[in-house]
Design a protein around this ligand. Sequence first.
Ligand code: MLT
Ligand code: ZN
Length: 495
Amino acid sequence: MSGKALVRATVVAVTSASIPGQHGGRGRDAIGDLTSALIAAIGTDHVLTSADVRAGFETDWTGRYRGSSDIVVRPASTAEVSAVLTACLEHGAQVIAQAGNTGLVGGSVPRAERDHDERPVVIVSMRRLDHLGAVDTAAMQVTAGAGATLARWRDHARSAGLDTPVDFAARDVATVGGAVATNAGGSRVLRFGTMRQQVVGIEAVTADGSVIGSLSGLPKETAGLHWPSLLAGSEGTLAVITAARLRLVPLFRATITALVALDSLPAAVDLVGVLRRTVPSLDAAEIIFPAAMEVVSAHLGRAAPVTAPDGGVYLMLDCADHIDPSDSLAAALGPAAGVVDAAVTTDGAQRDRLIEFRDRITEAIGAASTAVGVPTFKLDVAVPLDALDDLLDVAQGAADTDGCRLVPFGHLAEGNLHLNHIGARSPDKIAETVLHAVASLGGTISAEHGIGVAKAAWLHLIRAPADLAAQATIRRALDPTRTLNPGVLDATGTP
Ligand code: MLT
Ligand code: ZN
């Protein structure tokens, strides 16, 4: 081979390693070839190309994040996911995994701006991978497909006398795969930890179609890299999660819920500290600020049973145990400073009605946003508990400057606030102000929703350059062709 031929061969090799099979970008022929390959991989019925059908997958739950795709595929097994990714790689397509599409940071829908090189975009819907294995009551574990909803996972565990350690309001639609990919949290984190801590085994498919991980669920194993640790929170950028082996927890049948009105945020923080130290059955401590209570009450068409004074807050407390936790909760609440009023119930139907004041806040904010014609703007952040007041001052100032309505609520034990904005005119300006404040207060710009595309530009505030570079190296190693969820978790702006 001549020297000239060798040089040319090297150039071609570098280009094709960047985006293999990119013959023709998004032209009609290219999409047609890709469609045929996907049909060969999983059959005609689950390769969706009609614009109307695709539209249902292209916008996120808030309506704020949207983009266009070329094809939606609905594989039903890990082997089919592998075949889909292999076809996408061969045809130079980008892949966005989606299941419940309840994510709030634009990570499970196509990007608003197409990649400059105009690669085809394929949404891989994981909803059909919704199998649930037999519950192992001795190991307290179960295997769940990525597309199983949290509600089905929970019902399945309960039918075997156990419960799930993670729960949140979107449980009927949100899925196990999405919850692992975003390291979701919810109301039980103070007792059992986030989704990452529940994953004892994982199975996933990398961009080249390889299946990695194990679902054996051994709680102890020191044998190299731990895939659950690496993939939980990676937001679909390193591999597509197909199934997880998940921890279960005891099912506590004695439950009590209290809606407590307090005169200040510091009083609520102190109370949660007391409860965590003295009431081991504490299962949730959700904070609701008056603006959020106002929105949800209007949405439900009924007033909360207790009222917080000006400057006050509400706490929704859950305790769950094998024996009635009422006495220990009452003993802690009785002497607590700053408690103005409390509605407490152990009755199932009454609890359900009380819990609606927490569980339906997101829905209520969504409806209020629809009414003003602007998608909700959400910032999910966490700061040390003693910095919450300062953060709220900054957030309120930013909302006042914008002229929008700030509606905060969240998970108090983790200092995790959901700062919702109804009618925000300049969301980027609000984010700039609030996220800088979060970082300088020692907090995180995402506590449980993920970075997605919504916060990628601010990731540098909490991650050092060396840290970001190391993460980019890992990403390139697993996905050298930039196939998986481009733009997500990307602080550089280069997918
Ligand atoms: C919640 O806590 O309800 C969820 O994180 C959803 C939200 O923030 O709207
Ligand atoms: Zn939350």
